[in-house]
Design a protein around this ligand. Structure first.
Ligand SMILES: [Zn+2]
Length: 124
């Protein structure tokens, strides 16, 4: 992974207080075991919460690896977005993810771990 991208991902992670831009669930950068212990899930489940760098403007459209174009997203949201035949833009995708999280139908029902409400309050 290019250095700029690694730096941007770390910045985005800190800016978002260690949460995914889409589902707002906590994500991890280095230690899946500690994450799994903290949220009482398995290490295998924790893999879906790995922090990935998401390009707001896609690379093929000229999007850069700079922090203004990079957000932190969990592996699950990132993968789901790019699996679509025509990936949704970040904002409509965020609305879609939020609605799924709210009914508990996201990330294998693990959306209960450290979920946020719409006002941005954190409920652990
Ligand atoms: Zn997510």
């Amino acid at each position: 992974m290019p250095k700029t991208l690694i730096k941007s991902r770390l910045k985005a992670f800190n800016l978002q207080q260690g949460r995914c831009i889409y589902c707002e669930l906590p994500v991890w950068l280095e230690n899946p075991e500690a994450f799994a212990r903290k949220y009482k899930i398995t290490t295998k489940q924790a893999k879906f919460f790995q922090c990935t760098a998401e390009h707001l403007k896609a690379k093929q459209d000229g999007g850069k690896d700079t922090v203004s174009n990079i957000v932190a997203a969990c592996h699950y949201c990132n993968q789901k977005r790019h699996k679509c035949k025509s990936p949704k833009d970040p904002i409509p995708y965020k609305h879609y993810v939020t609605s799924r999280v709210n009914i508990g139908r996201w990330n294998f029902g693990m959306s209960g771990i450290g979920s946020c409400n719409v006002a941005g309050r954190i409920n652990f």
